[in-house]
Write a protein that binds this ligand. Structure first.
Ligand SMILES: Cc1cc2nc3c(=O)[nH]c(=O)nc-3n(C[C@H](O)[C@H](O)[C@H](O)COP(=O)(O)OP(=O)(O)OC[C@H]3O[C@@H](n4cnc5c(N)ncnc54)[C@H](O)[C@@H]3O)c2cc1C
Length: 288
């Protein structure tokens, strides 16, 4: 199928892009196009206009140090994330997630900002980011706004960004020393969307006691969620096999997964436990 007719704008600046979004009824931002164009071809989306933000002079593809956090530009591609030395060192959970997205062509074009704004609950980067508690920087007619992760993902394919706002940056707080992170995706075939995706961040204290832990789940609710019960169980306890296994048993308590052709609700609930244990163990093995 071909998309419905639409106007195409390639503004030279972010300011111009924001104006175009404001004045054009039913306009949409175009980033890597890996979700939007596919939806348009299927006629599941039919925006009247596309505002291509990849041609603006304002560079939105970067990974750099900020004050107490790492700043990732919204147009940073999945491939760049996967290969970034700083991401691999500080947030391997993100390189794990980026490396498992679709295929190489999709990773070359798709962006972290596009993935977050698309807000597919089964997408890998939003789930991984949920364990990192980042902040999302958006720009609109009224200026800059910073949205905490807990308020960003609102529902399936819905975020709290306004129609005339553009996500420009994701700020990821640094984790303390002796922290490790990991993301594991369960899918039938390499490159498929997740049946279950689990992110884990662990901070180890003296005598291998868990100082802090965050577990995030994807594809099991209308947005990525945190497995709070598992986190509560592990915090303050020794990070040994028994406690990790017990926490993983509780990891599905907040989940409300769908049943579909890829797996039943019960299968997903069971798989959360398996992959939570694996993600926690991998995160722990990386804590240094
Ligand atoms: C065959 C296939 C397989 C895939 N497999 C996976 C997978 O396994 N895991 C996975 O996580 N993803 C997968 N994806 C999706 C892929 O990760 C997309 O790249 C991503 O979802 C969207 O990023 P994009 O830059 O292409 O955004 P686009 O498609 O350009 O935009 C997506 C949406 O976000 C909005 N948007 C984009 N950027 C911004 C911004 N900066 N500010 C405001 N709004 C914005 C757009 O208006 C649009 O609504 C797959 C896609 C395809 C086609």
């Amino acid at each position: 199928m071909t998309p419905k007719k639409f106007a195409y704008f390639a503004p030279a600046s972010l300011k111009e892009a924001i104006q175009l979004l404001r004045v054009n009824e039913d306009a949409k931002v175009l980033a890597g196009g890996q979700s939007l164009i596919a939806l348009m071809k299927l006629r599941l989306a039919a925006p009247a206009a596309l505002v291509d933000i990849t041609k603006t002079g304002d560079l939105l593809s970067y990974i750099r140090e900020g004050k107490g956090h790492l700043e990732v530009g919204a147009l940073t591609t999945h491939d760049t994330l996967e290969r970034s030395k700083i991401i691999n060192k500080k947030f391997p959970i993100l390189s794990d997630a980026a490396s498992k997205i679709g295929d190489q062509q999709i990773r070359n074009r798709g962006t972290i900002g596009g993935s977050c704004c698309h807000a597919d609950p089964a997408a890998d980067l939003p789930t991984a980011l949920t364990a990192l508690e980042p902040e999302f920087v958006v720009r609109g007619v009224k200026g800059k706004r910073v949205i905490p992760q807990s308020k960003f993902f609102v529902d399936t394919f819905t975020t709290s960004i306004a129609k005339d706002e553009i996500l420009t940056e994701i700020q990821i707080p640094h984790t303390p020393p002796k922290s490790g992170s990991a993301y594991i995706k369960h899918s039938r075939r390499e490159g498929d969307f997740a049946i279950v995706g689990v992110g884990a961040v662990v901070t180890v204290g003296p005598k291998k006691v868990c100082r802090d832990v965050r577990v995030s789940l994807g594809a099991v609710a209308s947005t990525p969620i945190r497995a709070k019960s598992a986190e509560r169980h592990l915090k303050g306890k020794t990070l040994d096999e028994g406690n990790i296994a017990e926490a993983a048993e509780r990891a599905n308590e907040e989940a409300d997964p769908p049943s579909d052709m890829h797996g039943s609700r019960q299968y997903r609930l069971d798989m959360i436990k398996v992959f939570a244990r694996r993600a926690l163990n991998l995160a722990l093995s990386r804590a240094r």
